[in-house]
Design a protein around this ligand. Structure first.
Ligand code: NI
Length: 136
């Protein structure tokens, strides 16, 4: 019987959406105010959801304190109070959209999980906008 356990994480970060191959006009047209050259910020909320069998000895899918440490180390420390375009090497040549951030967070967390665990990331950029990415 599979159960999903989720833990939330938070980070505040700056970014701008921009394609360097395009003109300023095209960037402004496609990304609108998100292309503003001097960046803008969001308070992100991320839900990290791990699905797996309940261990009969512990009653856990994953120990929540382990998940807490992984989120802190792999998501909050690298991203909180950062300029994502400038400070996070993964985004050197990649647009830091919510979609790409969710993929980044997935890859940061996934490497710490057991093979049999499924992972889903739900990343809220604003109270109204969020993306989901994961195994299910
Ligand atoms: Ni933005």
């Amino acid at each position: 019987m599979k159960v999903t356990i989720c833990r939330k994480g938070y980070f505040s970060a700056a970014h701008k959406l921009y394609n360097p191959k395009w003109s300023k006009e095209k960037n402004d047209e496609v990304f609108e105010k998100c292309a503003y050259p001097n960046y803008h910020g969001h308070d992100f909320e991320v839900h990290v959801c791990v699905t797996g069998d309940v261990d009969p000895e512990t009653g856990f899918v994953i120990r929540i304190s382990d998940l807490k440490k992984i989120i802190k180390q792999e998501v909050e420390i690298p991203l909180d109070h950062k300029n994502i375009n400038m400070d996070v090497p993964y985004f050197k040549d990649k647009n830091p959209t919510t979609e790409n951030l969710a993929i980044f967070i997935y890859s940061q967390i996934k490497k710490h999980l057991k093979k049999e665990h499924q992972l889903e990331i739900i990343l809220h950029e604003t109270p109204k906008n969020y993306v989901r990415y994961g195994d299910s």
